[in-house]
Write a protein that binds this ligand. Structure first.
Ligand code: BTN
Length: 249
């Protein structure tokens, strides 16, 4: 484990670290800053979802990243961040998988999510990682669909890491992922997501923002992390959309 590669700002309680980071960017804070909350009262997930962020049980973090890569490549930062989170979880002895576009899973349940926003010339890379929750700490809607590092470590009979150890690992793996992205671009980070993907070869149905449905087997990831689906009309690269159906198993 290396020394913290980011300037770390710790906030005890905040609405959302994404919004705190946005304010900091507007006030001129530099890249390479990581905002960590002990608790979020209005944690945001992708789309209009919320993100449960109870005090002291997880890593609720936004990294302010100023990229020198072309803006058109920035969408691949979601994939790069998910791969970084996977690296940290693997450091704890567990075997995470990814699910397009932004999920990290353990035993088929969501353990972490990534949310990337932009604010002027900065990317705000939000990471929510469930670390210490027991089942009863999840709301009834999440129970059975969400998990934590602690629950999975206990299930595997290994010692769960504490929050600070996990944080150091996440920061170090994120620094590594961002370094690779900056020096070699999306091509260099996408394989780490795809190799761990549960979507490979599965039939999916995606609802595009236009409400159109795209259906077919997943055959890969596109140049900036889009989901490549084989359809009757050829391969379609989906940049954003909602997965409405996915083949089990
Ligand atoms: C998702 O899976 O939908 C994305 C979840 C992202 C949650 C993190 S927690 C830290 C940061 N602040 C937020 O309000 N959201 C992200």
């Amino acid at each position: 484990m290396t020394a913290n590669p980011f300037r770390l700002v710790r906030l005890e309680r905040v609405g959302s670290t994404q919004e705190a980071a946005r304010e900091m960017v507007r006030s001129g804070i530099g890249g390479g800053t990581a905002i960590l909350a002990g608790e979020q009262t209005a944690g945001r997930g992708m789309g209009d979802r919320t993100w449960q962020s109870p005090r002291g049980l997880g890593i609720w973090l936004t990294i302010i990243h100023r990229s020198a890569r072309p803006k058109g490549e920035w969408p691949a930062l979601t994939v790069a961040a998910a791969a970084g989170v996977c690296g940290a979880i693997e450091g704890a002895g567990l075997r995470p998988r990814t699910r397009w576009p932004n999920d990290v899973l353990l035993s088929g349940r969501k353990v972490a999510g990534v949310l990337a926003d932009t604010e002027s010339d900065a990317v705000l890379i939000g990471i929510g990682l469930n670390v210490l929750q027991q089942d009863c700490d999840f709301s009834p809607e999440l129970r059975g669909r969400a998990t934590s590092i602690r629950l999975e470590a206990q299930r595997d009979g290994i010692e769960p890491p504490d929050l600070e150890t996990m944080l150091a690992e996440v920061l170090s793996q994120m620094a590594r992922s961002l370094r690779i992205f900056e020096s070699a671009g999306p091509d260099a980070v996408i394989p780490a997501f795809w190799e761990r993907s549960i979507d490979r070869g599965k039939r999916v149905t995606i609802r595009l923002p236009s409400a159109m449905l795209v259906e077919g087997p997943v055959i890969g990831l596109g140049e900036i992390g889009q989901l490549l689906i084989e359809t009757e009309r050829g391969a379609v690269a989906v940049a954003s959309g909602t997965v409405v159906r996915m083949e089990e198993g």
